[in-house]
Ligand binder design. Structure first.
Ligand code: PHE
Length: 460
């Protein structure tokens, strides 16, 4: 193992931005508006925020301190803290989840790259609502195009990861995260100024609690996990690069605030524009095709009378997605690369190459499941849907539940206290609450999500 040559993030800001880079991704800009649209708007946003702050932050703190205390990859971390026990499987499950999510996430990330290219070539100009579904379907079912973009995305991720923690991940996040905030704000201002935007704002700001069903609570918790990158050891691996003076509670709070801010800003971009274009919320237009079928049409309709503005908004929007997806794919790649390199004692370069090649091979199957392999089904799902379902709906919640049980029950309370207070140098008034959540609230709440995903409750 290569502990003495291990890199750290060079600054506290770098650590926050890298972790926020992992959290902010397609989950915020694509999945959050879909979930909000399907679950009733403002009231859903309120319970989502409650889940982020009540469940997400304590589990994120646990991942961070498990990583920082052990200074190793996520599988090694559990082995070190609980030698000769089965807890090592929590870390191994995390590595496997990172591998699986990276394989199919890179396919969608590739789509965002193709849409950036289309936007730059002004391919949406003059098109209308009937053209966009066929543009999207022709693209995803064309094996060469979507596979090439998936590979391209994987290779860019690879290049950043092999540059290391400071020179690659931290540097990229420090440049790209602020750029992402600027683009988000510019787009939100454009969208909010559209005629008819007030309906979209009302949808996001005026809660109607009668819309909150049991299934909305469950969706809010699931979304919080996915969006904060929790449950697979991404943040544990990043925690292992934290310096010993990093304030774990504050870092988790900052990451959660940034992630939530980006999700809400995405809502401010998407809902006013969608209402302006006359789409009905909760219809098919708010499904998975939102970003690739509904949004290009929304940009044409909303800004069509000002072609330059519609061009600029489309290019910025898809570029924003590429950047957000890339900082997330980097973090998934890093989980697996750190594991392979440290557990099998090989150089980062060699480990990263193995990860890139194997993940691309699996990604290839996911990409082809929209075209030539669309008939091949696992439990009635295409390969892509199966991976998406198993990883986000099962592996992440199971990982999160075991992380909270491990931190809340298995670990010595003194270790937890020392890590969160940096050996008594920080005052952490909320420590008891964090311990209570890790012991009781989080495992129970997650168990409920899991039972729901397995279909044991009827959706409300
Ligand atoms: N949080 C990322 C997003 O919002 C997705 C992700 C999940 C990244 C799990 C890493 C690990 O898109």
């Amino acid at each position: 193992m290569t502990n003495n040559t291990r890199e750290n993030f060079s600054s506290k800001l770098g650590a926050v931005l890298a972790a926020a880079g992992s959290a902010v991704g397609l989950g915020n800009i694509w999945r959050f508006p879909i979930e909000t649209g399907q679950n009733g708007g403002a009231a859903f946003i309120i319970i989502y925020i409650a889940c982020v702050f009540l469940l997400g932050i304590p589990i994120m703190m646990s991942e961070f301190f498990i990583g920082r205390h052990t200074h190793t990859n996520t599988a090694g971390a559990y082995r070190k803290l609980a030698p000769n026990t089965q807890w090592k499987w929590v870390g191994r499950l995390g590595v496997l989840s990172g591998f699986v999510i990276l394989s199919y996430y890179s396919v969608v990330a590739g789509w965002t790259a193709e849409y950036t290219r289309l936007a730059i070539c002004n391919a949406f100009d003059g098109k209308n609502a009937t053209d966009f579904p066929s543009i999207f379907n022709t693209f995803v079912s064309n094996p060469w195009k979507s596979v090439s973009w998936m590979f391209a995305f994987m290779i860019v991720t690879h290049i950043i990861v092999i540059r290391g923690v400071k020179g690659g991940i931290e540097k990229f996040s420090k440049i790209m995260m602020p750029a992402l905030f600027v683009i988000l704000i510019v787009l939100a201002v454009c969208s909010v100024m559209l005629p008819g935007a007030s309906k979209g704002l009302e949808f996001m700001l005026k809660p109607d609690f009668s819309k909150i069903t049991a299934s909305a609570w469950l969706s809010a918790m699931g979304q919080a996990f996915f969006s904060l990158s929790l449950g697979l050891g991404c943040l544990c691996t990043y925690g292992s690069y934290f310096r010993s003076d990093t304030n774990i509670g504050k870092t988790a709070l900052n990451v959660a605030i940034i992630d939530t801010f980006v999700a809400i800003m995405s809502g401010f971009i998407i809902f006013p524009a969608v209402f302006n274009a006359g789409y009905a919320i909760s219809s098919n237009d708010i499904g998975p095709s939102l970003l690739f079928i509904t949004m290009p049409n929304v940009f044409q309709q909303a800004f069509g009378s000002l072609p330059l503005l519609s061009y600029a908004v489309s290019v910025l929007f898809y570029f924003l997605l590429v950047v957000a997806a890339l900082t997330s794919t980097i973090s998934m790649h890093e989980v697996v690369t750190a594991y392979v390199s440290e557990e099998f004692a090989m150089s980062r370069r060699k480990a990263a190459a193995i990860v890139t090649i194997t993940c691309s091979a699996v990604g290839l199957l996911c990409a082809l499941s929209f075209g030539p392999f669309s008939e091949f089904k696992l439990l009635g799902m295409t390969i892509f849907d199966f991976f998406d379902y198993v990883s986000s709906n099962l592996m992440l919640p199971i990982g999160g539940m075991f992380i909270s049980l491990f931190a809340g029950w298995y670990l010595d309370k003194r270790l937890l206290r020392d890590e969160i207070t940096n050996h008594g140098t920080l005052r952490v008034p909320y420590l008891r609450m964090v311990i209570f959540i890790l012991r009781y609230l989080a495992p129970i709440a997650i168990a409920i999500i899991l039972l729901n995903q397995l279909g044991l409750f009827h959706r409300g």
